[in-house]
Design a protein around this ligand. Structure first.
Ligand code: GLY
Length: 565
């Protein structure tokens, strides 16, 4: 009897392994010689590495990993959202790919205001009106067309099709979120039971046949299958049914854009990051340029002096972000001035080493953060020729607008919340904006996503990025300083505790055990307010050191995974 029971258990185990023939065990650090992928999920990282082993380059691997994440990481991996990537070729050519969502043609400045001019709470965050025109499929295709090595596009999408068909075992963190958002899924998709269970448990198999169908169409026909025809019609139908304004013309008009990255020198390094419509590269560049004027290495990691300086720099940089940053195709973002050394020196003239400058002395405003979590995801890839891709992609909130396209099985973003609905009124990340980030048809909403590549002496040095909403920029900033100034290896630099100030609200967010007691006391004495948060940023990074690749996922997400060979 006991024997029979054991045989039963064994067969069950073999069956479930067969269903998920790719191992899902995550590893968060690895040193390898040749090539590497770091992503938020082991299955996705392994699919990327498989592509590299088949002769694909970093762009091919990034595309395959992205599509896999749309299946196994549905809260942020996506085909219904958008993103940004920085690509560096083995020859040193650098490009930024912008596949950020756009505002629909019918959108206007006051889209989320009531008749009294007040913001209608939640309208830009939930349901059809929150959805921007998705860019992911166009962006991945454009990057592959220009830089991919493998000639067969479908090879990059088919692993995701198979995964969606066969299903995969959900991780603990995915099951937690699927349970958490059950009511929202039902509210917007009463007839869709794909993501609905009485209660999801770690190891439950999630199959997505409708998504498999959509991905197969994309594999066979490329982006046309998404932006025209039945998928486009289904997007429009569902968005309309959910109160939104996306039309077929919006989808047909969507185009990914190649842009010139922001390149900023930092000591003997060069930092290459995302230009507008992301604020990431500009803000990161401003922060690095400001701190380069001070001896932070000598002051020490997480010391009072270093922390106070970084926080005061962050206040000023996020104040600039609120006022001057937006889609540069619509608004004359003063990039040169914002990154000008003299301007930045001037910006710090009221910096007092002993005292916090209240944010309302920098710019006025008062509000609290919304409690939505910061979901986005990042992929870092380096291939055997040292081509590198740093790619950050998102639906904005967890599972975006929670609206699923009927019959095609994918979530639509709620990226419209990243516009400034009204000057001075904060979005879900507590970020405020002004005219520069006002809504306009076909405009791209301001982002904080900061996919970044760092070079040293003209050679690839680091590839990094992270989710985290407004904390993305400061997480990338701190990780770079940890390696360059505080001599950490990649893994320690990623795990190190983080803090963040975004000008408003006027407090330092910090993770538990970031500061020693005397540093906390000194910060308070200087007038800083502090607020402990659970975590910020989930950095995925690769460091090139002594001819080897040091990869690091972030223990803040147990599923983060580094694969390489
Ligand atoms: N949706 C978050 C960002 O783009 O910054």
């Amino acid at each position: 009897m006991q024997k029979l029971f054991l045989i039963g258990i064994l067969s069950l185990l073999i069956f479930s392994c067969k269903q998920n023939n790719v191992s899902q065990k995550a590893q968060q650090q690895l040193v390898s010689d040749t090539a590497m992928v770091v992503s938020a999920n082991a299955i996705a990282s392994k699919i990327g590495v498989d592509i590299l082993k088949q002769g694909g380059n970093a762009v091919d691997a990034m595309v395959a990993t992205n599509f896999a994440l749309s299946v196994v990481y549905p809260r942020a991996g996506n085909i219904g959202g958008g993103g940004f990537m920085i690509i560096r070729t083995p020859e040193g050519e650098v490009t930024a790919v912008d596949y950020r969502e756009t505002a629909p043609l019918k959108a206007h400045k006051d889209l989320y205001l009531d008749e009294n001019g007040n913001v209608i709470d939640g309208l830009s965050r939930n349901g059809g009106l929150a959805v921007g025109v998705p860019g992911t499929v166009a962006g991945l295709y454009a990057a592959w067309q220009k830089y991919g090595q493998l000639k067969d596009w479908s090879k990059l999408v088919m692993p995701a099709v198979e995964l969606a068909q066969k299903g995969f075992a959900v991780s603990e963190s995915e099951s937690f979120r699927l349970n958490k958002y059950k009511e929202d899924f039902l509210k917007w998709n009463p007839d869709n039971k794909t993501f609905i269970r009485e209660r999801w448990l770690k190891g439950d198999i999630l199959k997505q046949p409708a998504l498999a169908k959509t991905l197969k169409l994309i594999a066979e026909k490329g982006p046309k299958a998404f932006y025209e025809g039945p998928v486009a019609q289904a997007i429009v139908d569902k968005v309309t049914k959910s109160g939104g304004i996306i039309r077929l013309e919006d989808l047909k008009k969507y185009q990914a854009k190649f842009r010139k990255p922001i390149i900023v020198p930092y000591k003997n390094y060069e930092v290459i990051s995302m230009p507008p419509p992301s604020s990431g590269g500009v803000a990161l560049g401003q922060l690095l340029k400001i701190v380069s004027q001070y001896p932070i290495k000598q002051w020490g990691f997480h010391s009072y002096k270093t922390t106070h300086l970084m926080v005061e720099a962050e206040k000023r940089v996020y104040a600039d972000r609120a006022k001057y940053l937006g889609d540069s195709d619509f608004y004359p973002v003063p990039l040169d001035t914002l990154l000008d050394d003299e301007y930045l020196k001037h910006r710090m003239t009221d910096f007092d080493p002993a005292k916090a400058t209240p944010s309302n002395h920098i710019f006025a405003g008062k509000f609290e953060l919304h409690k939505e979590s910061f979901e986005t995801t990042h992929i870092s890839v380096v291939d055997k020729n040292r081509m590198a891709v740093s790619c950050t992609t998102t639906l904005n909130s967890n599972y975006g607008s929670k609206v699923i396209v009927d019959g095609y099985g994918f979530f639509l973003n709620n990226e419209m919340d990243d516009f400034s609905a009204k000057p001075g009124v904060p979005n879900q990340f507590g970020l405020i904006g002004a005219e520069a980030n006002a809504i306009a048809p076909q405009k791209r909403m301001l982002s904080s996503m900061t996919p970044t590549i760092v070079t040293k002496d003209g050679k690839l040095f680091m590839v990094l990025g992270t989710p985290g909403g407004s904390t993305i920029i400061t997480s990338v900033f701190q990780t770079i300083l940890n390696v360059v100034d505080f001599d950490m290896n990649m893994y320690n630099a990623v795990q190190a505790k983080r803090f963040h100030h975004q000008f408003l609200p006027d407090y330092i967010m910090y993770e538990k055990k970031t500061f020693d007691k005397d540093v906390m006391d000194s910060l308070k004495q200087a007038g800083h307010k502090l607020k402990q948060v659970k975590y910020m940023g989930i950095v995925k990074a690769i460091l090139v050191k002594d001819g080897k690749l040091e990869g690091a996922g972030d223990s803040r997400n147990k599923d983060d995974d580094v694969e390489g060979y």
